[in-house]
Design a protein. Structure first.
Length: 235
């Protein structure tokens, strides 16, 4: 039975995790989305729950089958959302009294300003179409602003970079901009990161130090992240 955790180093902690890609509607039949599978965030949730934590998982759109393992986990509560706005509301509620909040979701940076109630039809146009986009709120930055005492807040950043130094530099600047305790940074390109089973991340802390470097399965990455969270909380 997998219900009794073999390792219980996260017992007593309540954690909120977001995952998946948000979708921003254009009209009743179309949306703006992204390539996130939701797999890494689900592994972050499963790893925490398997190590004894109580987990609140806020899942935007994930690939088929990715959520099957969380559905019956005794320590995971699941809430499904669609847009960045939905995710924002759900994550604020989930994180409010949590010890740790981890934003793994790929949140749309922009939404469509005026969503059409009617399907947009070619025959109504002149051969061109323009979508006006407005920025969505930065949920992670809001969680940091609203943080409770002793709360640990973690972000995930997928970056494109040709060199490691550039990747680290971007990661450090983003960590500082967001004000998070820890930022996990992974490199993506057309072949790596999103749909792959494996992942490689570096974890940067609030002293700009690389505290963890891990590559392997998404579960291995998740476990290494929780190790980093525990070490950070023990400081
Ligand atoms: N994030 C968020 N709310 C947003 C956008 C991003 O909470 N509106 C979170 C993501 O869940 C992730 C972290 O911020 O944990 C970094 O996301 P990323 O897209 O890399 O950062 P951005 O600030 O959106 O910068 P960029 O312009 O590089 O996309
Ligand atoms: Ca972004």
């Amino acid at each position: 039975l997998a219900l009794v955790p073999t390792r219980t180093d996260l017992a007593g902690l309540t954690v909120a995790v977001s995952t998946g890609g948000t979708r921003e509607p254009i009209d009743p039949v179309r949306f703006l989305g992204n390539r996130s599978s939701g797999r890494q965030g689900v592994e972050v949730a499963l790893a925490a729950a398997d190590r004894g934590a109580q987990v609140r998982l806020v899942a935007a759109h994930v690939d088929d089958g990715v959520l099957s393992a969380v559905a019956h986990h005794p320590r995971i509560g699941l809430e499904r959302v669609s847009t960045a706005g939905d995710l924002r509301t759900a994550m604020h509620a989930a994180a409010a009294d949590a010890d740790v909040a981890v934003m793994v979701a790929a949140v749309a940076d922009f939404r469509v300003d005026a969503v059409s109630d009617e399907k947009i039809r070619k025959e109504d146009g002149d051969g061109t179409a323009t979508l006006r986009l407005v920025a969505n709120p930065d949920i992670l930055a809001e969680l940091v602003a609203a943080r409770g005492e002793a709360q640990t807040i973690v972000g995930f950043a997928a970056e494109t970079a040709t060199e490691d130094a550039e990747l680290l530099d971007r990661g450090r600047r983003k960590r500082a901009r967001k004000g998070v305790d820890l930022l996990a940074v992974n490199r993506v390109d057309w072949a790596r990161g999103f749909e792959a089973a494996e992942n490689a991340v570096v974890v940067i802390d609030d002293a700009d130090d690389v505290v963890t470097e891990v590559s392997g399965s998404k579960r291995a990455v998740a476990d290494a992240l929780w190790d980093a969270v525990l070490a950070h909380r023990a400081r």
